[in-house]
Design a protein around this ligand. Structure first.
Ligand SMILES: [Zn+2]
Length: 423
């Protein structure tokens, strides 16, 4: 104990100084337990958006492990972990149900719960469920799917176990890094399977979208993201319905509109627009991010993209704020189906790092720090034909992404009636 502690006035000053030093340390975040995660930046949210997670019959067969009588999907997602490491929010669309039994692929999708464990361990931390397959196994499976996602603590939006659940949760508020972002998820339909009144599937409906965006805005959110499951399948550019709905959502106040369902990647665009007060602000539109994983092998369907963007809150002197959308870019993923002695194995592979690491001219001594890193993520040695297919996918899709998108139709158009094939 310092000797001046015996002197009452000096002791009081000492205590005051100690308190001040402690408060300074707290303010600097220097006290263990109070420091923020180094990658976390206040007023910024980094997103990665992956496509449709399908679970076709051959994927279920390949995940089945007869030694435990269980399903293991971990190898499918093992290679994509680096894609989600640097983001705050990684979204994908769960295009199957979790019925707990009677698993099957197309046309009535139902996968084992362990699919979600593998999705989660890849780093994906938010799932959308409003899609044309959410009613495939009936209302009990729809409810069970949501319960399993809750049990596994992975947030979700788009389908709801009851009207009360819908009312409470359908404007999904994401609060992180001192930002609040509202997410809204809609599907064009449920493949003509009727939706019983006990459950709610968020359907594309202009009046509802308009109300939902307005209600999100009332809650003083920093941004509104609308997710659509829509469009005609197997097209490289958005159909008239997609273009119409995207413009509608933007007009009603969405900042970001993201799409899926066509099984093909379609173009994305960042736009600079003027808001109601005449300030420049930004919007981001992605018509379709394509598949994330499926057993589809036709050109364009054998992979998809992960779209990245960062929402940055900019406050002005008057206390208002605008939104910056920065870091918009994509990374393609391609699904490799490895043939094994007993069964196939599906792998989602990051295209860029695989092509960089498996260039024949890449000798170990010629490796830079960057190529060494990509080589680390590329662990599988692809056979020649697989590497060629991946290259073709890359070339095709990059070309699609450069194409221009036509304007929205002047007259409203109807959504797709039925899906064609495959999922
Ligand atoms: Zn779909």
């Amino acid at each position: 104990m310092p000797i001046f502690m015996n002197h009452p006035r000096l002791a009081a000053r000492y205590r005051l100084m100690a308190v001040l030093v402690w408060m300074c340390l707290l303010a600097w975040g220097a006290v263990p337990g109070f420091a923020e995660h180094p990658a976390t930046r206040s007023g910024e949210l980094r997103f990665a958006v992956a496509g449709d997670i399908m679970a076709h019959e051959s994927q279920l067969e390949s995940a089945y492990d007869e030694t435990c009588g269980c399903y293991n999907f971990q190898p499918v997602f093992a290679d994509v972990m680096p894609l989600f490491k640097e983001v705050d929010v990684a979204i994908a669309n769960l295009e199957t149900t979790l019925p707990g039994k009677n698993y099957s692929g197309y046309p009535a999708f139902g996968a084992p719960d362990t699919l979600v464990d593998a999705i989660q361990s890849s780093g994906i931390n938010l799932l959308t469920t409003a899609n044309n397959h959410c009613m495939d196994k009936g209302k009990d499976a729809l409810i069970r799917t949501l319960r399993v996602l809750d049990e596994k603590k992975i947030p979700h939006l788009g389908t709801y176990a009851s009207p009360a659940d819908y009312n409470q949760h359908h404007v999904f508020l994401l609060k992180k890094n001192d930002m609040t972002v509202a997410l809204l998820d809609y599907t064009y339909g449920t493949n003509d399977i009727p939706i019983p009144e006990e459950v709610v599937v968020s359907l594309i409906d202009k009046e509802k979208i308009s109300q939902d965006i307005a209600s999100a805005r009332k809650q003083k959110v920093d941004a509104v993201i609308v997710l659509f499951h829509f469009g005609r399948e197997y097209l490289n550019s958005p159909d008239a319905f997609q273009r119409e709905m995207v413009e509608f959502a933007l007009e009603k106040g969405a900042d970001v509109v993201l799409g899926g369902h066509p099984h093909h990647v379609q173009p994305y665009q960042k736009r600079t627009v003027k808001d109601q007060e005449g300030r420049e602000t930004q919007r981001l539109v992605a018509y379709s991010v394509g598949n994330f994983v499926s057993a589809q092998r036709k050109p364009y369907t054998d992979g998809g993209m992960v779209l990245y963007f960062t929402l940055v809150k900019k406050s002005d002197a008057a206390g208002g704020g605008t939104l910056d959308i920065t870091g918009v870019h994509h990374k393609l993923v391609w699904v490799y189906v490895e043939s094994g002695p007993r069964r196939k194995q599906f792998h989602i592979l990051p295209v860029e790092s695989y092509l960089a690491a498996q260039k024949p001219q890449l000798k170990p001594q010629a490796q830079t720090a960057q190529t060494a890193q990509t080589a680390q993520t590329a662990q599988l040695k692809l056979p020649k034909n697989a590497l060629l297919s991946m290259k073709q996918f890359n070339k095709r899709v990059e070309k699609v992404l450069k194409a221009k998108v036509g304007p929205a139709p002047k007259q409203p158009v109807a959504g797709p009636e039925k899906e064609l094939t495959g999922g």
